[in-house]
Design a protein around this ligand. Structure first.
Ligand SMILES: Nc1ncnc2c1ncn2[C@@H]1O[C@H](COP(=O)(O)OP(=O)(O)OP(=O)(O)O)[C@@H](O)[C@H]1O
Ligand SMILES: [Mg+2]
Length: 228
């Protein structure tokens, strides 16, 4: 049932919110180091699919397996431990903690995983250098540009060396130049650490950074053969 060699796979996912069917038998799989773009119209179920795959939302039916384990049968405690240690997240609007400096934001998931402050900030800074935002380390998120903020958010997502990065419209609030730079840095960093990236996007220009595209329509997903 699980495609051979896949790190994360879903089969027959269904999810309804009251009368609304968000997922209607969605399928998904991703290999280590692979970047998969999830595309499709607004309201088609892309974010719901991402939330189910990341263990944030429980599907009503279907199976999700991660690294040989059934995500659907894990407890909430097991799921939150998994999210903290093995998954990274980037959302459309950075969602950085406004009271913390940028380096403290990037260090936060490491601190939550038990790292000491100094060690966490050292690791955070190497990721900020890589994302070319080490110069804003001491600033708060309200004092940096949109593009810088998203690169800080990407550094935070990668700092714990996750096996899977979930990115929901990571460039949705950026102009195309900044968006492309964020995608370039995100996919380079993910490929160099063999992290898989689940990338939800509306934009073909952003999806062009993926290895494979999946299209979601009315809660159903299918593989799209690359035309280029
Ligand atoms: N928490 C919720 N409560 C009720 N309905 C929801 C909830 N989340 C999503 N939905 C509904 O489920 C459907 C799928 O939503 P989803 O957010 O997955 O779409 P999407 O493809 O990510 O759209 P967009 O591109 O606009 O972000 C929509 O009809 C939406 O209104
Ligand atoms: Mg969405």
């Amino acid at each position: 049932m699980t495609p051979a060699g896949s790190l994360l796979a879903a089969h027959g996912l269904r999810k309804a919110y009251g009368p609304t069917t968000a997922l209607d038998g969605a399928e998904f799989s991703i290999h280590p180091g692979e970047v998969v773009a999830v595309m499709g119209p607004s309201g088609s179920g892309k974010s719901t699919l991402l939330h189910c795959l990341a263990g944030i939302v429980r599907p009503d039916a279907g199976e999700i397996s991660y690294n040989g384990r059934s995500l659907t049968s894990m407890t909430d405690t097991e799921l939150s431990a998994l999210r903290r240690s093995e998954f990274g997240f980037v959302f459309q609007f950075g969602q950085l903690v406004p009271e913390l400096t940028c380096v403290e934001n990037v260090a936060l998931p490491l601190r939550l995983n038990g790292a000491k402050r100094k060690e966490a900030e050292r690791t955070a800074l190497t990721w900020m250098e890589r994302l070319e935002v080490d110069d804003v380390r001491g600033k708060r998120p309200g004092e940096v540009s949109g593009g810088q903020g998203q690169r800080v958010a990407v550094a935070r997502a990668l700092a714990t060396s996750p096996r899977v990065v979930f990115a929901d419209e990571p460039t949705g609030a950026l102009d195309s130049l900044n968006g492309e730079r964020v995608m370039e840095l995100l996919t380079d960093a993910a490929r160099s650490t063999n992290a898989a990236v689940v990338l939800v996007t509306h934009e073909t220009r952003v999806a062009a950074y993926s290895d494979r595209e999946i299209v979601v329509r009315d809660g159903k997903s299918r593989d799209m053969e690359r035309l280029v």
